[in-house]
Design a protein around this ligand. Structure first.
Ligand SMILES: [Cu+2]
Length: 109
């Protein structure tokens, strides 16, 4: 009987250990780094033909740019299919030799 009780204790301990390991792994999961580099804005106009999009954007820290409404270029027109005028979006912009380009854009939920 004593052996059985010990076995149960061991089982309970390892279950508790597995649980705490599980939650530790979960809380240690890194937040997506990209989210901090993304700026927010609202789509004003989508010009698929010319691969351009007009955004009213908030501050873009990576470009040291204050909030404004402006036109960005995209390399791939397909990126513009995900968004429509009026959508609130999160996007990543870069300065490509003086041309401001959007490398990633996604509607906010
Ligand atoms: Cu701007």
């Amino acid at each position: 009987m004593k052996v059985l009780k010990q076995l149960i204790n061991i089982a309970a301990l390892s279950a508790a250990l597995a649980l705490s390991l599980g939650s530790a792994a979960q809380s240690a999961a890194p937040a997506p780094v990209k989210a901090t580099e993304m700026a927010e804005g609202e789509v004003r106009k989508v010009d698929r033909e010319n691969k351009k999009i007009t955004l009213k954007h908030g501050e873009i820290k990576s470009l040291d740019m204050p909030p404004m409404t402006m036109v960005f270029q995209v390399d791939d027109a397909a990126m513009l299919d995900k968004v429509a005028p009026g959508d609130k979006v999160r996007f990543a912009a870069s300065n490509d030799g003086g041309k401001l380009k959007i490398s990633e854009i996604q509607p906010m939920k």
